[in-house]
Structures are given as C-alpha cells and as structure tokens.
Design a protein around this ligand. Structure first.
Ligand SMILES: Nc1ncnc2c1ncn2[C@@H]1O[C@H](COP(=O)(O)OP(=O)(O)OP(=O)(O)O)[C@@H](O)[C@H]1O
Ligand SMILES: [Mg+2]
Length: 461
C-alpha cells in the first residue's frame, strides 16, 4: 500500500543546502562496516550499524557498459571514480544542492546519507548524440537542446533500462524509502536535474570542455525523507568533449566504442589516462569553486553618499554574501567631495582590468553619485537610492532622469540591486552563476511548497 502522500509532503520539499558544504568530522562516525545493503556492477554500499542513516559507498575497479555485456577490470578506477564523485558532489553542495555525500573516507570510498533509491536514471542532454539519435530518427548529431532535454529511464537490468514517459512514472506511484513518488516529487527532480546539469556544464566550460549529456539518480534520504541527489556522478555518468569536439571525448564512451573488439593493454592504459585526467580536473574545479566562495573573482563596490546610509548598504552586502560576491562599502559624495569621488572611480577602473567590478551608488535626496560614476567610466553602475517616506517620488526621479549618454540603472530594493550586480558578475564567474541558478530553483521550490500546503489545507476543509 502506498503511503498517504499528504503526510509526507512537508518533509520532502526542503530548502537547498547551505552556503558551504557541511563539515562532518568522520572521526566522530563509527565506520565499522555492517552488511551489504546492495552490490552493483561498480559499487558496494555497506550499512554502518553504529551510524544509522549513513552508509559507506565503496567503488570497485570495474568498468562496464551495455548493462554488463562489456566488463573489464580497470586497475585504479575505484579511486578515480571516488575522487570524481567527491569533487562533483562537493561543487554541487557548495552551490546549494543537497547530495548524499557526507565526506570522502579514503581513496575508494565515501560516507553518504543512506537513501531509499528512486530507480530512475534522469538523463539530461545539451547535444543530441548516441542513443537519442537511434530513438529519434531524423535528428542529426549535434542538434542543441535549449533548454536541455530531459529523459527518464526506469532502472531494470532485465529489460535493459526502458525509457519511461513522465506519465508512466507518475502512474507507477513508486514507493522509495518512506515516500511515494507523485507529480510534485517528479517536478522537483526534473527541476533539480536541469539545475545540476547546467551548473556542471558551466564548471566544465571553464576548462574548455563541453558537457554533452549526463545521467543521475536521486534517493530519498532516510534521515530527512527528502529527495536528494544520490548514487554518484563520475566519468561513467556523462559525455564530455574537449573543445566541444566529439573526437576529443574523455568519458566512458571511449570504452563503449571498443565493443566487439579485443581490448588491448594500450587501450586500457589510454582509458585510464582519460579517467585520471577527468578526476584530476574535477578535483581542481572543486578546489577552485571552494576557494571562490571565500575570495570571489569579482566585486561589488557600494558607494554611499553619507555614512548614515550604512544600514541600507549592509542589506546589499548581506545579499552579496549569500551569492558569494565580495562587497566593499565606501563613503563618498559626488556633490560635496567630487575630487575624491573621481579618485575612487579611477582606482576602480584600474582594478577592473583584473577584478570584474559593479558599482552600486547609494545616495539619498538628489542622486548625483551614480550618474557621475556612469558618465565617467565604463563600469556598470546601479543606483540604489535610500528613499525617504516624504520625498520618495522625487528622490527616485533624481536617479531616473539622466543626461543623454549615461547608462546607469536604478533598483530601489537593496537586495535586488545586489542580485542585479551578481547577475552581471555571474557572466564570468561560475560560482556566482551557480549560486544564482540554485536560487532560481529555491524560489520555485518555495512556491511549490506553498502550493502543496494550500492544497492540503483545501483537502482538510
Ligand atoms: N547513498 C546510497 N544509499 C543507498 N543506495 C545507494 C546509494 N548510492 C548508491 N546506491 C545504490 O547502490 C547500487 C549499486 O551501485 P552500482 O552503480 O554499482 O549499481 P549498478 O550495477 O551500476 O547497477 P545500476 O544499473 O543499478 O546502477 C545502485 O543500485 C545504487 O542505486
Ligand atoms: Mg550504477
């Protein structure tokens, strides 16, 4: 009997993970291995009797394809895979996506939240290739999906993981952990899948590698009953092409392409080299991501006309903080200290050669500050005037009515001004972009939760 879903609704739609990956001291976790929860082709998942709700995911040195039709031992693959998954999951955690990863334990294993796995492979595609072409006659290889194309495959080895429609998934009312998968959970997984793809796609792009497609799995966390990204994302999970060139593929497809041939040692070595490069690059991307949370590439410089505007400016800074953007506060008045204001501007212009910069001008009454900045530099300027109750309309007009040739924007709400600045910086900053991308998902999730709550109230009336 499926569980009544209304009872579980609240627990399943949680906010995304916090800013920095939670640190669990694994010396506090008793890692004594219990029985095997499940063993698959590439991993063994162990129960940890002294750490309920957690499990150990141990990788194997095996590489398989076509549902086990191809199977080889690739010495070192377990540590390569573990390194890749820990890196990709840590990027996503730091972006704000909840994953099953708690912490890497050793070369071959990581501590994870134990999940009731949802037996679906969520495939996202940016570029048409592989099985998609066989299933969609007439579509040429290289067709670009905007937004990324989502496909669902039901995990059933005996039937070769058949493709399912969304409707089939909805109607099957799968029970995973303590949760029945309904349309709401499917919506959430769809949204999360695309967000995850787009974040990793941007990360790879910083290395001039195209993420072509990707397969992921979700699980119901046994502790919280919420849906989180689970299983792994390693080099078996995607297609990645250096330079967007299929001939420079770095993923497991190289192995699949050897089907039906006698695989030589040289080919296995080549494969290992590719997998190692991917693991190392993912590790580097994860380090860069983490570092960028502490010291962002770009900056928002808030110039306030008077120190009395500080509390308004702090709101800008708080939002910048949440979006991993460095925010500097300065006091300067274009009316009363013009020379000083222009000196600050020259310094920012000089710095912007290396530090992408957005200026936010906070000036009450008559806003000369923002327009002077905009009229004397190429930096983006956003006016964020603190409006007085009595003179609100006039105050705002002083930011809006500009001399010709000036392009500064005006955003009244300080949080939104920070958001707009972050969106400008995000064009060249994968970390800020990822934070914004997860924020989009969170906004959607909040509405979804509110609607679910409303439906529940209506049912109870
Ligand atoms: N955190 C977790 N909690 C519980 N089970 C998990 C967790 N992470 C992964 N698993 C499950 O571990 C199993 C073993 O993984 P493995 O990838 O080796 O299986 P597989 O042989 O590839 O088969 P499959 O086609 O199911 O992936 C999978 O069924 C996976 O869903
Ligand atoms: Mg698997």
């Amino acid at each position: 009997m499926p569980m009544p879903t209304q009872m579980l609704v609240q627990d399943t739609m949680e906010e995304p993970a916090s800013k920095v990956m939670k640190k669990v001291d694994i010396s506090d976790v008793d890692m004594e291995k219990g029985s095997i929860i499940i063993e698959g082709k590439t991993k063994i998942v162990y129960e940890l009797p002294k750490a309920p709700g957690k499990c150990l995911v141990l990788s194997k040195d095996s590489i398989t394809a076509y549902n086990g039709v191809m199977k080889n031992t690739l010495e070192g693959k377990s540590s390569i895979s573990t390194k890749t998954t820990c890196a990709t999951f840590s990027i996503l955690e730091n972006a704000g996506i909840k994953t099953s990863l708690i912490q890497k334990v050793d070369d071959k294993s990581f501590l994870a939240h134990r999940c009731g796995m949802i037996p679906i492979e969520w495939v996202t595609r940016r570029v048409a290739t592989g099985s998609f072409l066989r299933r969609n006659e007439g579509v040429k290889e290289g067709y670009r999906f905007n937004p990324p194309k989502l496909e669902i495959f039901y995990k059933d080895d005996a039937k070769d993981d058949p493709q399912w429609s969304r409707e089939m998934l909805e109607e099957s009312k799968l029970k995973c952990g303590n949760l029945v998968i309904t349309a709401d959970e499917i919506d959430k997984m769809e949204k999360m899948t695309v967000a995850i793809f787009e974040i990793l796609e941007r990360c790879w792009q910083t290395k001039n590698v195209s993420l072509i497609d990707m397969k992921i799995e979700f699980g119901v966390c046994s502790d919280t009953n919420e849906i989180i990204l689970a299983d792994v994302i390693d080099n078996d999970s995607w297609r990645i092409w250096q330079n967007g060139d299929k001939r420079l593929m770095m993923d497991k497809q190289v192995y699949r392409n050897l089907r039906g041939t006698e695989i030589t040692d040289v080919e296995m070595q080549n494969l290992k080299q590719n997998f190692t490069w991917v693991a190392d690059t993912c590790h580097q991307m994860a380090e860069e991501f983490r570092n960028s949370l502490e010291i962002s590439k770009g900056q928002v410089v808030v110039l306030m006309g008077s120190a009395s505007d500080k509390s308004h400016c702090e709101k800008i800074r708080n939002t910048c903080d949440k979006l991993a953007v460095k925010c500097i506060l300065r006091v300067t008045s274009a009316h009363k200290g013009t020379e000083e204001t222009l000196k600050i501007l020259s310094k920012l212009e000089g710095e912007s050669l290396h530090i992408p910069t957005v200026i936010i001008a906070v000036a009450g009454r008559s806003n000369g500050l923002g327009p002077v900045m905009a009229g004397n530099s190429c930096l983006p300027v956003i006016n964020c005037p603190p409006v007085s109750a009595q003179w609100a309309t006039s105050d705002i007009w002083s930011s809006l009515r500009l001399p010709s040739g000036l392009g500064c924007a005006t955003i009244i709400d300080p949080e939104m001004a920070a958001q707009a600045a972050a969106q400008i910086l995000a064009q060249h900053d994968v970390v800020v972009w990822s934070k914004l991308r997860v924020q989009l998902f969170s906004n959607w999730l909040k509405l979804k939760k509110a609607d679910m709550e409303m439906r529940r109230e209506m049912q109870q009336e």
